[in-house]
Design a protein around this ligand. Structure first.
Ligand code: PMP
Length: 410
């Protein structure tokens, strides 16, 4: 359940201690939220508290510490379930991140559902982590990877996506929000149309869940994933959501402790969901920290988050567009608070280095989306990605430092 906004931007910024730090003698302006978001103090404190007061292994211990840690970890799973509107908490598989989730899915889904000649559709704007695992699976199983193309604004050409769908399509695996272009894809329609031909749909929500409410049941997504560290939680955490009936048909990904019911040398039986997919000691403190991050997001509320980010996107887009020789890459009608751009005659890397000297953190390069760079025939972009704790004042400073950098490098 998402509560209404109860904080001001000043209060929100105080929740993130790192925003007070200086970089190269200047106040940090952190515009690399697409790579990872900063952590509120409550998350940092929860990690400290876990290691100071609760540390123990989960699920198998009868002693108090183990029971407390198990409860905290399993409560986090329920918070995640509620956060994305899943029907059951056992449909929430805790992973190491989006990459971990896609690899788990690719391995287990392919073993259960794919045979030679089947087709998987991805889009032209996928992150490498939603390309390479499917290429590997296609090679292994003799399946075909089909690519839904995009237009010059960075939007999927929907008719062409529809044309790719057929009875051969077993899976459509598409990104919800592009980390490079900011494009918000029409995932509800994608899911509805893919279901018409009997395909299952997996959505990479790595860049979506921090910007807006996601409800996997309303979307009718078969699988959905995200990374905890892009959602104000600890690194090394992530989620794969899957519909119970599908997860039950899929074999485990890794073997080991916790994922079994019984083991003899002759035969092993597997545990129930979600443990079947969670071999070994998990990132316990990470999972607990992610639960705390979700509590924090709920306390801020998506009304506040969306309003703040939409304002930042419009404000920064207009200011950047006014700079001579600057071109924004990715101008979808539906866009999250991510702006990629290039400046005529200047390498993105050089701008990134100079901005760092002024305390501004942006990302430069291909952003793990080399096919997007090939499409636009560019080596890379500069990417400013905003979160709700950023301000117009920071945008002003960033734009003036960018103008200075451009003048120096021209
Ligand atoms: N997909 C998208 C859209 C992403 O933005 C990212 C991270 N940049 C990933 C997948 C991979 O996430 P991670 O590195 O946390 O596994």
């Amino acid at each position: 359940m998402i509560k209404n906004a109860i904080k001001t931007i000043e209060e929100v910024r105080l929740d993130f201690p790192i925003l007070e730090r200086e970089v190269n003698g200047k106040k940090l302006v952190y515009f690399d939220n697409g790579a990872t978001t900063q952590k509120p103090k409550v998350v940092v404190d929860a990690i400290n508290d876990y290691y100071s007061n609760q540390n123990s292994n989960i699920h198998r211990g009868v002693h108090t510490l183990s029971q407390e840690a198990t409860s905290a970890y399993e409560e986090a799973r329920i918070k995640i379930q509620e956060f994305i509107g899943a029907k059951h908490s056992h449909e929430i598989i805790l992973t190491t991140g989006t990459t971990g989730s896609v690899n788990l899915l690719a391995h287990s889904f392919s073993k259960a559902f794919l045979k030679e000649g089947d087709e998987i559709i991805i889009s032209a704007m996928e992150h490498h982590s939603n390309i390479v695992p499917w290429q590997m699976i296609c090679q292994e199983r003799g399946c075909k990877l089909k690519i839904a193309p995009m237009n010059n604004k960075g939007e999927i050409i929907y008719d062409e996506f529809l044309n790719l769908l057929s009875s051969k399509t077993k899976l459509a695996a598409l990104v919800h929000v592009s980390n490079t272009l900011g494009t918000i894809n029409p995932v509800k329609n994608i899911i509805k149309d893919a279901h018409k031909v009997g395909a299952k749909v997996f959505i990479d929500g790595a860049q979506a869940v921090s910007h807006d409410v996601v409800n996997v049941q309303e979307l009718d997504a078969d699988f959905y994933c995200f990374s905890g560290h892009k959602l104000f939680g600890p690194t090394g955490t992530g989620v794969l959501y899957g519909k119970e009936e599908l997860l039950n048909q899929m074999p485990p990904y890794q073997g080991g402790g916790d994922m079994i019911k019984t083991v003899t040398f002759e035969k092993t039986t597997y545990n129930e969901l979600p443990h079947k997919f969670e071999a070994g000691t998990p990132n316990i403190v990470g999972g607990i920290g992610l639960g705390v991050a979700i509590d924090y997001i709920n306390s801020v509320g998506f009304d506040f988050i969306k309003k703040q980010e939409e304002e930042l996107l419009i404000y920064a887009t207009n200011k950047l567009k006014a700079i001579d020789g600057l071109k924004i890459v990715g101008e979808a009608n539906e866009k999250a608070s991510v702006i990629s751009f290039i400046v005529e005659g200047i390498h993105p890397y050089d701008i990134g280095v100079i901005l760092d000297k002024t305390g501004v953190a942006v990302r430069t390069g291909h952003h793990c989306t080399q096919p997007i760079m090939d499409f636009f025939e560019i080596p890379g972009t500069i990417r400013a990605s905003f979160s709700f704790y950023n301000t117009n004042h920071e945008v002003d400073y960033f734009v003036s430092m960018l103008e200075r950098a451009i003048n120096m490098l021209k």
